[in-house]
Design a protein around this ligand. Structure first.
Ligand code: B12
Ligand code: SF4
Length: 500
């Protein structure tokens, strides 16, 4: 069977651009690894390149986050009209399977390891079911990901995920929305996979890129005991690696030392905010604001570069706070964040449910699903008007990404990293500091209803659809709130929990 796997992407900066950055979706290699050898597989990272619209598939797996769903259902209908049976998985499928079933032949809730092989067998036998539900993460069923298939569609193809979930429960996080869990894979299996991936990439990517491993985990440090065991197993391999961890690791010099010895040279940490009220509101207690400067310094002294994003909180941040960000960034030693976004209430998360149930509407009017991407104001600001909030956001961005700020960052990081002989840390610092940005596309208002629409196009025509009504439905934004900012009823019944 000809099988397509598309990880859908909608540019949240509304430029219709691909995101050819270090982070690329890994669901394609994972699903491909679960399919039998007989399957003729094509993986498309839509973040990197558009699907080839001239292709046809017998079976198409689609992965979409919430704000990508409008594009995902158009892509699915397009390929369905060309003969594919379409299957959706990912955060949107987990949270709103009943809505997705209208647009896909089958919907999967939860993990792929125990569902994808079944789906393939069912599709082959002509008995594809409508709904598949994973029985839970089974570490022994995790395959070696087919990183060779996306080697040309990502800068760091040597990657894998060795844990699943996160033990924390941040209010806004899609993971908390699908049910908190944190599960790990035995380290022997991880080492075996690393060797197998490295071998599969030989001849496809140069040697130096096969020395750079990315752990695409949500939080590699969800268990310190596991992190230690993993580091001990990684140390003899001589690789250089990067990953996402939570803030609590940065305070632990012993762990940072172990990580460095095991090859870790850079980590991404969700610092999110310098506003204690916002951190409290996010339920992100692992971030200890009083310790940020010291923690970042400790990591650099140990040779590990820390990158982080910031998130404005419409509920807790006022205009003075937003204006003070460049100074706070300098004081903290972070200087330049990877991005500055706006807290979103992703449908299905605890935050969304709470705001949706408030007696006075807490969300912005006319919000559509594509707006829930962390770069559009969907939560009503409590301390100022939406227009002023957005204006302050626009004004602070050029200051945050100024040459001066970037220079301060490099001057602060580089000597410490060099002292720790972290040459890859220095190289990575140059790359992320020069590349960091939060672009503002012309015409953006950041306010639902008046903002520009995502410009990406799928060549979907009425002839591909059942009738005109179907075509209009698929090509229209999916409204989440009404003209008053009240959540529409179909979004209130969400979240079938993903099995642990
Ligand atoms: C690579 C990455 C990106 C890339 C590519 C995004 C993508 N399509 O995956 C880029 C750079 C574009 C990106 C951007 C952002 N990201 Co991001 N990103 C990641 C990261 C590090 C890895 C994703 C990945 O490949 N995971 C490994 C694969 C195997 O798992 P998975 O995609 O999570 O899928 C699981 C299930 O959903 C399911 N599944 C998924 N698809 C399918 C399909 C089928 C058929 C089946 C059966 C199952 C299935 O199987 C997997 C295992 O359970 C994750 C963290 C993480 N570990 O997941 C964050 C993560 C996805 N990002 C996140 C965030 C917050 C963002 C940003 C808002 C950051 C920012 N402020 O700029 C933006 C905007 C996202 C948006 N539109 O809402 C959040 C959640 C976002 C969300 N909307 O749900 C995550 C989970 C990190 C976190 N813990 O907070 N990100
Ligand atoms: S620490 Fe990160 S991954 Fe974990 S719940 Fe919070 S935002 Fe989600």
């Amino acid at each position: 069977m000809k099988v397509g796997i598309i990880a859908v992407h909608t540019d949240y900066h509304r430029r219709g651009a691909h995101h050819r950055t270090l982070l690329q979706p890994q669901i394609g290699p994972l699903i491909a690894g679960l399919l039998p050898d007989e399957a003729d597989i094509e993986v498309v990272n839509d973040t990197w390149t558009d699907p080839d619209w001239s292709r046809s598939y017998d079976l198409l797996f689609v992965s979409a986050m919430l704000s990508d769903y409008e594009r995902a259902r158009q892509i699915a209908q397009y390929f369905r009209a060309r003969g594919a049976r379409t299957v959706l998985g990912g955060r949107m499928a987990d949270a709103y399977p009943h809505l997705c079933l209208r647009d896909f032949d089958a919907v999967v809730i939860g993990d792929p390891e125990d569902t994808v092989p079944r789906i393939y067998a069912d599709a082959r036998a002509g008995r594809l079911q409508r709904l598949y539900r994973s029985g839970g993460y089974q570490p022994d069923r995790v395959p070696v990901p087919r990183c060779d298939l996306t080697a040309t569609q990502q800068p760091a193809p040597f990657g894998l995920e060795v844990t699943r979930g996160c033990p924390f429960t941040c209010d806004f996080c899609a993971l908390t929305g699908s049910g908190t869990r944190f599960l790990t894979r035995p380290v022997e299996g991880v080492v075996r996979d690393i060797r197998a991936i490295e071998a599969s990439l030989r001849g496809k990517v140069p040697f130096w890129r096969r020395q750079m491993l990315m752990f695409y985990d949500n939080n590699l440090a969800g268990s310190f005991a596991y992190l230690k065991a993993l580091c001990e197993a990684l140390a003899p391999l001589g690789l250089r690696w990067g990953t996402c961890v939570t803030f609590n690791v940065l305070g632990r010099r012993d762990l940072l030392k172990l990580m460095y010895e095991a090859g870790c040279r850079s980590v991404f940490v969700g610092l999110e905010s310098f506003n204690p009220a916002a951190i409290e509101g996010f339920n992100k207690h692992q971030n200890r604001l009083g310790h940020v400067r010291r923690a970042l310094e400790t990591a650099r002294e140990e040779g590990i570069l820390v990158s982080s994003g910031l998130m404005l909180s419409p509920q807790h941040d006022d205009l003075d706070y937003i204006a003070s960000l460049p100074e706070r960034l300098r004081d903290s030693g972070l200087h330049v964040p990877s991005f500055v976004c706006i807290e979103s209430a992703l449908p299905g998360t605890p935050l969304f449910k709470r705001l949706a149930q408030a007696p006075v509407p807490q969300l912005m009017p006319h919000a559509s699903l594509h707006d829930f991407n962390a770069y559009t104001l969907v939560i009503r600001p409590q301390k100022t008007t939406p227009e002023r909030f957005v204006q302050a956001y626009r004004e602070v961005l050029p200051q945050i990404y100024s040459l001066r700020q970037r220079w301060h960052k490099l001057a602060d990081d580089a000597p410490r990293l060099m002292q720790a002989r972290s040459w890859s840390g220095v190289a990575m610092d140059l790359l992320v500091t020069l590349g960091a940005s939060t672009p503002v596309a012309p015409g953006r208002t950041f306010i639902p209803g008046t903002d520009i629409l995502p410009p990406e196009q799928v060549p979907l025509r009425q002839a591909h659809c059942r009738d005109e009504a179907h075509f209009l439905d698929l090509t229209s934004p999916m409204a989440v709130t009404d003209a008053q900012g009240r959540v529409l009823p179909q979004w209130l019944e969400s979240s079938i929990r993903v099995a642990a």
